[in-house]
Design a protein around this ligand. Sequence first.
Ligand SMILES: Nc1ncnc2c1ncn2[C@@H]1O[C@H](COP(=O)(O)OP(=O)(O)O)[C@@H](O)[C@H]1O
Ligand SMILES: [Mg+2]
Length: 358
Amino acid sequence: MAKHDPDFQTAGARPSAGDCLPQAPDADFARFNLIGNSPLFLRTLALIRRIAVSDATVLILGETGTGKELAARAIHYLGARRDAPFIPINCGAIPENLVESELFGHARGAFTDARESQPGVIAQAEGGTLFLDEIESTSARTQVALLRFLQDHEYRPVGGSARGADVRIIAASNADLETLAAHGAFRPDFLFRLNLLSLEIPPLRVRGDDVMLLAETFLLRYAAQYQKPARELDTAAVEFLRTHTWPGNVRELENFIHRKILLESGSLARAEESRSATAGAALPVDPLARTGKRFREARAQAISDFERSYLSELLIRASGNVSLAARLCGTERRRLGKLMKKHGLTRPLVRARRRDDG
Ligand SMILES: Nc1ncnc2c1ncn2[C@@H]1O[C@H](COP(=O)(O)OP(=O)(O)O)[C@@H](O)[C@H]1O
Ligand SMILES: [Mg+2]
């Protein structure tokens, strides 16, 4: 579920006070894939720098897809713990009864299946940072255990005895934790302790021209990855990108461009087309159009349309990694490769290929 993350390795000197100035677009942050030039975003980057030099617990708040995990990685890799692991875990994705064992590990014989003792993610993150995403989904019991860890750096593996760990905690949430705490749905003492430093990532819709900058970056990235020609944004596309409210923030924008490049469905321009693509819907314009065709022909067309949209969604989910895509949908890589070829979805470039073959 969690593993040491080799994406960002050690580099650069410790940030100095001068690095904290918010004005200059920051080459250092390109390394963390944090793109944006709007004043609000630059202020966020400046805050990330300041937080990175401290060692306190951090709470990152922001809507889904705003870049909370990227921010957490930047804090880790800009800080003194950069040579130790950064371990991300999504608390919302772990079944409630397994959370404690995942976090703290368990002793041998702690429960029926526990033939061997197993370290938890806290132990794996020793010396580094543990990123707890969707912290609002932890139970009151887990919150108490984590609170204890935040207070005295001690924890107890399930069925084991107390031990210590030197781990920085960065938590994230897209929920309003204050309100949850006021309604008894989140422990106020835990919130208080998490919130020593807090970082709020602004939604994409208030970041001005960052939308365009990000769209152009993703266009180039995915065109190169799929060996497709880079496309220009025309006025209608620009209008759509600017007026859409992006409830899924940067993730939604990235998926939107990724899908566009994969499907190559004509102009990137037409706003209605863009909207239906965003909604993931592929409804025929004329609901009776299909019955104008012979059954076999209509069925073949429907299957082909389905294959194309399924494949593009799948490749987006797997970030273009064909082996992973094959595993996700439970088919063989070769079979998937054939289907991709049939639909003109070129194999991703070298980088993804190398990952596949490893
Ligand atoms: N400022 C940014 N520049 C480039 N890519 C970004 C930026 N913010 C987010 N992303 C991309 O958007 C997606 C969602 O980011 P993530 O950190 O997982 O968001 P969150 O944790 O807030 O849901 C990721 O693919 C990430 O690479
Ligand atoms: Mg996230």
